[in-house]
Design a protein. Sequence first.
Length: 285
Amino acid sequence: MTKEEQDEIKAKLIVDAKSRGRGFTDALEIEKYTDLLALQNDWKEQISCKPKIVFQDDGKEYSPADYFAYDGFFPGYFSQKKKVLFIGRETRWISGQNFIEASMNFFEKSNVNTSTFWCKVLYMLYGIQHDGKPEYGELPYADTIAKEMINTNNFGFAVMQLSKYSNDSDEGATRNVYMMNRFLEDSELDKRNFFLEELSLLEPDVIITANLWGCGVKDEYLEQCFPSEKFKIWKKYGNNIADFVDFDLNGKKIKLINTFHFSAIKSIEDCFYNPVMEILFKNNS
């Protein structure tokens, strides 16, 4: 592809970003959005030539590209004092869509307090944005946090999925281990590591993962996403409540925290909020 062709594609992506009724207005974020979209378009093209996937609900074959769901950062992310990236396992019921846009629609139209996933994410985020000072009992409701984000168009965090194949089955509340491994196999990260490219583009200061090391994904794929050479030995918080380590991303040490899955039926205070605040703001080791 010539430089002229690359510039033309990027110009179209910038127009696409600016044309959204709500979304990115900051010049840096528009540039980052276009780079991220170009990266994920390449990623989607990579998996699109792989064998078709049989959808378990209807027994029909579909192209892997049909399952691909985009993700990335919300408006306000790059202006944060601490850029927080949450990494989940897989999206659900949004094949072909953009997770960020779908989430913004959910924040606007739904009662976010009903989502076990978003309650945990938004409470941890709120605590980090306030330097770990609020006690758990002082936190606003998740729906209040989300509606304020919508009103100000300032969300300030990012979400990636380990697998970009959306789990659209009627049984989608249960993780699809086959599809997660299939996505990482199809991605061929040993040839081009799209996952690390996205991490580098997002430049997080903190990464919080949803029990990725206990979700059934093969060790060889987790090694490609989080190379062991980039961190030392995991440290434990409490009795198997959370693990944490310093992770080397492009020469910068960032805190990597692995908690229970964000949809797990666990105490938000004891298993998510307090551990993350103490690891980030009270633990000096």
